[in-house]
Design a protein around this ligand. Structure first.
Ligand code: NCD
Ligand code: ZN
Length: 347
């Protein structure tokens, strides 16, 4: 039985760090275990221009506690007014590693997202030319589309047409939650498609959110689906297929904002993601695939080196206790609790 695992230091290919007091409080929770992260741009107002990204990058580095190392990989929030030249300059300078597409209204702070996909065509074409990846929040937003179907419908009606009309565009399907998405990635032969999978979507199905009482801390977007989809995600993550990699989508909200009559979407998994993943991969008898998923496949997609430092996980004899909450000046933020004992610990 494996009781110790040493991996290259992992990266998080989808992370919400927020700003101000929240940034200050949550950044160390990621920087402790992760070397780099793709930083989501859905601030209020969003990170739209290269100047916004440079300023946010500086705020993140200023919030990093002394002695910690962490490299924020910045993204731009795609709007219908995004300037292709600004995007190209941000990429050429090395500051920006991806552009994020939020359909307008899809999730937290997405009001400035895209309504008319024809209007972003010039930006997408420039991105294809320069090799800059598009990260997609893959859900349609029409009221009449059932929330559990929004990812599958996005693939058919938005993603596939965009990819067909923009050959060469590198795309990351972010936080996939369905067998449909897993199949779409597997069947692709372009070499230009990847997908991130979160920690919590490997653990939760929709019963965990709704059966036996509503669990606001398990509510995130895209919402967790049926068990068959969770199993498809587990199979994909542990398959060794390099197109699937870790993006935690760790998305902190204060407890008052989660525990409300209209609660925010997001699971805060930064503090305990690596122990949870070791648990999941061990359950799937795939501990040897964890380095690929969390440490190697993401850098390969983004054309970056694998981290040279290492991270060691050790299996304990008794359950590991993680903090239930972290304290921020904005209020407490509850740490994701999988609902079962975890024996792995970063040591
Ligand atoms: C994210 C957030 O809170 O910013 N929430 C979430 O449930 N994942 C937004 C997002 O990535 O959809
Ligand atoms: Zn997210």
């Amino acid at each position: 039985m494996t009781s110790q695992l040493t991996l290259p230091r992992p990266d998080d290919w989808h992370l919400h760090l927020r700003d101000g007091a929240m940034l200050q409080a949550v950044l160390p929770e990621s920087a402790r275990d992760f070397a780099r992260a793709i930083i989501m741009p859905n601030l209020v107002p969003p990170v739209v221009t290269s100047a916004d990204a440079a300023a946010y990058h500086a705020r993140i580095l200023a919030a990093l506690p002394e002695g910690m190392t962490f490299e924020p990989l910045m993204t731009l929030y795609l709007t219908e007014d995004t300037d292709p030249d600004d995007v190209a300059a941000a990429h050429a300078s090395g500051l920006v590693k991806a552009v994020k597409l939020y359909p307008a209204g899809a999730t937290t702070n997405s009001a400035s997202g895209v309504r008319n996909f024809d209007r972003i065509r010039p930006v997408l074409e420039r991105m294809a030319d320069i090799g800059l990846p598009l990260c997609t929040h893959g859900e349609v937003t029409e009221d009449h589309i059932d929330i559990f179907d929004r990812e599958a419908v996005f693939i058919d009606r938005v993603l596939d047409p965009i990819r067909k009309s923009t050959p060469g565009l590198r795309v990351v399907m972010e936080h996939i939650t369905t067998r449909n998405a897993v199949d779409y990635v597997r069947e692709d032969s372009s070499g230009q498609l990847g997908a991130t999978i979160t920690t919590h979507h490997l653990i939760l199905n929709r019963n965990h959110i709704l059966a036996g009482g509503i669990k606001p801390h398990y509510y995130c977007l895209p919402v967790a689906k049926r068990e068959e989809h969770r199993l498809a995600l587990r199979a994909a993550a542990t398959s060794g297929d390099p197109r699937y990699f870790l993006g935690t989508d760790s998305a902190p909200h204060t407890d008052p904002n989660k525990l409300s009559s209209c609660g925010c979407a997001g699971c805060f998994t930064a503090p305990n993601t690596m122990p949870l993943l070791a648990h999941v991969f061990e359950e799937e008898q795939a501990l040897d695939a964890l380095a690929g998923f969390a440490c190697e496949n993401g850098p390969a997609f983004y054309g970056l080196p694998v981290n040279r430092e290492t991270l060691t996980l050790t299996k304990q004899d008794s359950p590991v206790r993680f903090p239930e909450q972290i304290v921020t000046e904005d209020g407490p933020v509850t740490v994701f609790d999988p609902g079962f004992d975890i024996f792995w610990k970063v040591t």
